[in-house]
Design a protein around this ligand. Structure first.
Ligand SMILES: [Zn+2]
Ligand SMILES: [Zn+2]
Ligand SMILES: [Zn+2]
Length: 253
């Protein structure tokens, strides 16, 4: 955190240098999908040398998961230019349209009398998706709702991998998707003490026991938890099957 004097914020361990939360899926059918456009998106793509993008999910409208969305635009440039779909729950539509009106209301704002000049707009289109199993651009996903304080986050299940972040609970409908079906679980684990909008270590561990994935990766940690400390806490309870995730990590499922 900017200005914080704590040991984790000044750690020399590369695992503790954490950019904002997002994942990139490279599927067996050669589709390339980004989950969340964090404010660090540009740096994350440049350092990973990722060059392809078919579509995005936005899990929810919080700034740390969304505000890099302008940086999707190089993937629209072509040639030929292409539109990119942004999959969202209906609950997040209004905020995205208002906050990024130059992208999502571009037909209204820019027209013959007020043409867009220079740069190149991100050609992004919101596609409203609902909880449940569905095929999106050739890939089967099961989406589910997660409570996140006053809001909702989209949980994502794809071919044995589940992505469960920014939630203070995993409700029964989501648990029924995850239990017995999850090989790789990537799960919210903000800090040691309870938090009104996130899972803490104790809650994440309870859900991991119940879901029983082959491997669980802890993510979205804040500076309460160094990588080394959390590795030890997880190892004491689960052996090698639960580990903290880190930036640039590749996970196979
Ligand atoms: Zn700190
Ligand atoms: Zn977040
Ligand atoms: Zn959030």
């Amino acid at each position: 955190m900017i200005g914080c004097p704590c040991q984790v914020c000044h750690s020399k361990d590369e695992h503790d240098k954490r950019m904002r939360q997002s994942i990139y899926l490279s599927t067996k059918q050669h589709r390339h999908i980004l989950v969340d456009t964090s404010p660090d998106m540009r740096s994350q793509f440049l350092r990973s040398h990722l060059t392809k993008l078919d579509f995005c999910f936005i899990t929810h409208d919080h700034a740390d998961h969304l505000h890099g969305i302008d940086d999707v635009r190089p993937f629209c440039f072509g040639p030929p230019t292409k539109d990119i779909n942004i999959m969202i729950f209906k609950a997040h539509q209004q905020i995205l349209e208002d906050r990024f009106s130059y992208i999502f209301q571009r037909q209204k704002i820019f027209h013959a009398k007020n043409p867009y000049l220079g740069g190149g707009l991100p050609l992004l289109n919101l596609q409203i998706v609902s909880p449940g199993t569905q095929t999106l651009e050739g890939e089967q996903f099961t989406l589910f709702e997660l409570p996140h304080g006053h809001g909702t986050t989209m949980g994502i299940y794809h071919e044995g991998m589940a992505y469960v972040v920014d939630c203070n609970e995993i409700p029964p409908a989501a648990m029924s998707v995850l239990k017995g079906n999850t090989n790789v679980l990537i799960i919210d684990c903000l800090q040691r003490s309870p938090h009104p909008t996130h899972l803490n270590v104790t809650m994440a561990f309870e859900y991991i026991r119940e879901i029983a994935p082959k491997h669980a990766y802890l993510t979205h940690m804040n500076h309460d938890l160094s990588h080394v400390e959390l590795s030890k806490i997880a190892k004491d309870q689960f052996g090698t099957s639960v580990t903290p995730a880190c930036d640039m990590q590749q996970i196979f499922y």
